[in-house]
Design a protein around this ligand. Structure first.
Ligand SMILES: C[S@@+](CC[C@H](N)C(=O)[O-])C[C@H]1O[C@@H](n2cnc3c(N)ncnc32)[C@H](O)[C@@H]1O
Length: 133
């Protein structure tokens, strides 16, 4: 097996090994509901789930998931990537940014050096909008 072909299995092996040794570190949950307290996490990461499956998960699912993610997040959430599995920019990103239900949050698209799949070189950073007095 070439080195390139073996790369994807390394994280999976690390996860499975850690899961067997420390099952107490893992909590099963399923968006759009999460079994965690309000603002329990400083940083919440989402990878290859929201936006990527836009063809199967509708806009309401994305909006409810983001509300839930920000409920459990104290500081910042990052959703990677901002494209679909077809490498197209998700049409949900601008819809979410202008959604009144989410106007308490600030959305910033951040470019990354990392590009796991084609066009997967940005993530959406979510924070609470700053109050201007
Ligand atoms: C393409 S994989 C990405 C896995 C991992 N986050 C990564 O980046 O390698 C999509 C993951 O979404 C998980 N998933 C499916 N439905 C879900 C839901 N309703 N809430 C949270 N995760 C879900 C699947 O179990 C699967 O592990």
């Amino acid at each position: 097996m070439s080195r390139a072909a073996s790369v994807p299995f390394v994280p999976a092996a690390i996860f499975l090994s850690d899961y067997e040794t420390h099952p107490e570190r893992y909590v099963a949950g399923e968006l759009p509901r999460l079994p965690f307290a309000d603002r329990e996490f400083d940083l919440t990461l989402v990878s290859y789930f929201l936006f990527a499956y836009q063809d199967r998960l509708d806009y309401e699912f994305h909006r409810e998931s983001i509300l839930q993610i920000m409920r459990v997040t104290c500081d910042e959430a990052r959703i990677y990537p901002t494209v679909t599995f077809e490498a197209q920019p998700s049409e949900y990103v601008p819809m979410l940014q202008s959604d009144r239900a989410l106007n308490g949050f600030q959305f910033t698209e951040i470019k990354t050096d990392f590009e796991f799949l084609v066009n997967s070189n940005s993530y959406l950073r979510l924070t609470r909008a700053q109050l201007v007095l």
